[in-house]
Design a protein around this ligand. Sequence first.
Ligand code: NCD
Length: 330
Amino acid sequence: MADLNPTVWTRKDLIGIEDLSREEIELVLDTAPQFVAVSKRESGIKKVPLLQGRLVVNWFHEPSTRTRTSFELAAKRLSADTLGITVAASSSVKGETLHDTLANIEAMHSDVIVIRHSCAGAPHILAANHDSHIINAGDGRHEHPTQALLDTFTMREHIRAQRNDPTAGLDGVKVAIIGDIEHSRVARSDIWALNKLGARVTLCGPSTLLPMHIERMGVRVTTNLKDAISDADVIYALRIQLERQQKGLFPSIREYIRLFRIDNDSLRNAPAHALIMHPGPINRDLELASEVADGPRSVILEQVSNGVAVRMAVMHLLVNFGGKRPQGVA
Ligand code: NCD
């Protein structure tokens, strides 16, 4: 294991990037490479015993493929036991509260609870009242901290390779986040992480999908795609979250495509070295053209691979170095 300084890590839970210091974010990013190596082992044995005998419970109240499978694989590669609760087939449909369900899971001695919920703040409230380590896997429009950690890890790896500097960080790196910022917890967590790491963030989309006063987060905001991407080192396309939108937030899909889609045509305005990223799932040919999603600048599948390693790092830090719930917290 690498010679790191896990004394920086004292947290019991991972709720949001907003709470984390730059040092804590960097500790996660610096802990991840050893887990990338585990997944790539020539022996094919992709496991380390760091969470052996522990129970990790995946509790997803919203649809998910990659985040849920990524957490499950991360737990398995750390040798934990894993359990998935299928909400549609669980007692919550019979009216049981989140607290009661979690108290019952904890009565079976869980160690880590990975929760995705449509209510912003649900993971925070559970973390304050329960002893398990709680990881927020996406709460409403609020935060998706492990996505931001895997995104900044992926950016940092590429910047290091492009600059031939194995210690380069994201200071001064220009990141353009394009599309449905309004509904995106990924955008919010990425903005927190990128700001803390010294990157410069530009947001771009139709004005109806740009939250009011978002520039207060310390970002540049534009509705002009060319302006947003002309000097970008990273172009991060977001999914248009059709399921979260009331109707009529942009005039038509055809209009969105004409003005904001990342495709070979719009990329003529971007530097040749700019990376293309997307959190998935992609609305193919809506926010991102297939020619770009599957093209040489795209690192989208690397984001997915890195996601497992970054989540291994998070679970390792929480369980093996993290703190306990302060007593007397309501
Ligand atoms: C994101 C999410 O669910 O917040 N996806 C993901 O976790 N990879 C983004 C999205 O759904 O568009």
